[in-house]
Design a protein around this ligand. Structure first.
Ligand code: ATP
Ligand code: MG
Length: 385
C-alpha cells in the first residue's frame, strides 16, 4: 500500500458527526508500518499481528481503522475478500463477547442468528466464526482496541494462532492496541510469542501537529466564527496535556456547541476555559461508563476530599470510605461494603483516574493504602451521576 503523509478518508472514524472527512496528520510512517504487517493478506499469505502502544489521543484507533479500511479497499481491487472487524475490548471484556462481536461484525448481515447474544458456548462461537471466515473471506484483520481490558488473553492467543492450529484456512491478523506501555508484561508467554516483536509506539503529537489536526476541523464552523487565536491556543493546551489530539478535538466541538447554545456569533479564546471543564467531565464520564455506578460515587468522594483539604493530595482508604458513605447518605444511595469500595478503588487506579500507593506506618504497625486524584476535582464534580 502506498501512503502519503496525509490521507483523506471518508467515514472511517466516528467523530461524533463533528467532521466526516478526516485528514490524518503526521502518522504516515506509522500507517505504512502497520499496513506492511497486514498487507501479505492481500495475496492470501499470513500477515503478522501487531501491538500498538501510545498515550491516549495519539491516533492509535484512527490509524488501525484507517489501515483496515485501506486494506479492504485494496482487496476489492485485487478481487480478494478482506474481512475487517473492530472491537473495543473495554465494552466487551469477556472472551465469548469478543468472539460474538467479531462474528456479528464480519457477517455482512450483522448476523445475530449465528451469533446470538446468549445461549451458546465460547467454543461454539469460535466454531461458527471459523466457518464464517472460511466461507466468506480470503483474509481477515481484527482490531482489538483497548486490549488491556480483556479479562484474559484467550481471544488474542486463539485468533493469532488460528491458522497455525488448523482452525481456519484463511489467514487472520490482529492489530492489538493499548495505552498501557507495560501491557506486554501482563500477557502470558504463549500470547507474547504469537505477537513476535512487532510493536509500534505512537508518540504524542507536538503543538504544530495538533494545530494542523485542529485546523482541518475548521470547516465544521461557519466562516469567521472562530477567532484567530482559538485554534493555536487549543492546540497549545492539548500539547501540554501530553499531546492528546482527542482533547483538542473535543474542546473544539464543545466550543461549537457552546456558541450555538448561547447564540454567540464568534468564539474567542476566553470561551476555551469555559468549555474545557465540560469536555473533560464528558471524557471522565466515558472512562467510567461500563463500571458500576458506585465507581463514580467513589471518585466523587475523593474529589470532595481533595477540594475540602487544599493542603493534602493523598487520602487513606478509610478516609475515602467514610467520605463515600457520607456522599451516599446525602444522596440517598445504599453504600457498598468497604471491601467492595476497595475493589472499586483498584479499578479507578487501573483507569489512571487515581494513583494508589502503599505506605508503611512504621515498625510493627503494618501498612495502609492511600490514593490521589489525578483529575481536577472541579471536573469530577461535573460528571453526570
Ligand atoms: N493524526 C491525526 N489526524 C487527525 N485527527 C487525529 C489524529 N490523531 C488523532 N486524531 C483525532 O483525535 C481523536 C483521538 O484519536 P484516537 O481515537 O485515534 O486516539 P487513541 O490513540 O486511540 O486514544 P485512546 O488511547 O484514548 O483510545 C479522534 O477524534 C481522532 O480523529
Ligand atoms: Mg483508541
Amino acid at each position: 500500500m502506498c501512503e502519503r503523509d496525509a490521507i483523506r478518508l471518508v467515514n472511517a472514524v466516528n467523530d461524533g458527526g463533528f467532521s466526516r472527512l478526516i485528514k490524518i496528520v503526521g502518522r504516515g510512517e506509522q500507517i505504512q508500518k502497520v499496513a506492511d504487517e497486514v498487507a501479505p493478506l492481500l495475496s492470501g499469505a499470513p500477515g503478522n499481528s501487531v501491538l500498538i502502544f501510545g498515550k491516549t489521543g495519539t491516533g492509535k484507533s484512527l490509524v488501525a481503522k484507517h489501515v483496515m479500511a485501506r486494506l479492504q479497499a485494496e482487496g476489492r481491487r485485487h478481487d480478494t475478500a478482506i474481512g475487517t472487524a473492530y472491537v473495543n475490548c473495554s465494552q466487551t471484556p469477556s472472551t465469548p463477547r469478543v468472539i460474538r462481536n467479531i462474528g456479528q461484525v464480519l457477517s455482512s448481515t450483522g448476523d445475530t442468528v449465528a451469533f446470538p447474544n446468549r445461549g451458546i458456548s465460547t467454543d461454539e462461537y469460535y466454531e461458527r466464526l471459523w466457518r464464517l471466515i472460511d466461507a466468506q473471506f480470503d483474509g481477515v484483520v481484527v482490531t482489538l482496541d483497548e486490549v488491556d481490558m480483556l479479562k484474559d488473553d484467550n481471544p488474542l492467543m486463539v485468533l493469532s494462532r488460528a491458522g497455525e492450529s488448523g482452525s481456519v484456512d484463511v489467514p487472520i491478523s490482529i492489530i492489538a492496541i493499548s495505552n498501557k506501555i507495560n501491557y506486554r508484561e501482563q500477557m502470558n508467554q504463549r500470547t507474547k510469542s504469537s505477537f513476535g516483536h512487532r510493536e509500534f509506539v505512537f508518540d504524542p503529537y507536538d503543538a504544530e501537529q495538533l494545530r494542523e489536526i485542529l485546523e482541518n476541523r475548521r470547516d465544521a464552523f461557519q466562516e469567521g466564527v472562530l477567532e484567530e487565536g482559538v485554534i493555536p491556543r487549543v492546540a497549545a493546551l492539548a500539547a501540554k496535556e501530553h499531546g492528546d489530539a482527542r482533547k483538542g478535538v473535543e474542546v473544539l466541538k464543545y466550543l461549537g456547541q457552546y456558541a450555538e447554545q448561547n447564540n454567540e456569533s464568534t468564539i474567542t479564546e476566553d470561551n476555551i476555559e469555559q468549555v474545557r471543564q465540560i469536555a473533560e467531565a464528558e471524557r471522565l464520564h466515558d472512562l467510567l461508563s461500563g463500571f458500576p455506578q458506585h465507581t463514580k460515587y467513589v471518585v466523587i468522594a475523593i474529589a470532595h476530599l481533595t477540594k475540602n483539604n487544599p493542603n493534602a493530595d493523598w487520602f487513606r482508604t478509610t478516609q475515602i470510605i467514610d467520605g463515600y458513605r457520607g456522599y451516599c447518605d446525602r444522596e440517598g444511595y445504599d453504600p457498598l461494603s468497604p471491601d467492595r469500595v476497595r475493589e472499586l478503588l483498584d479499578e479507578v487506579a487501573f483507569l489512571e483516574i487515581t494513583e494508589k500507593e502503599t505506605q508503611h506506618s512504621g515498625k510493627g504497625k503494618g501498612t495502609y493504602n492511600q490514593h490521589r486524584l489525578l483529575w481536577k476535582p472541579d471536573v469530577v464534580e461535573h460528571i453526570d451521576t
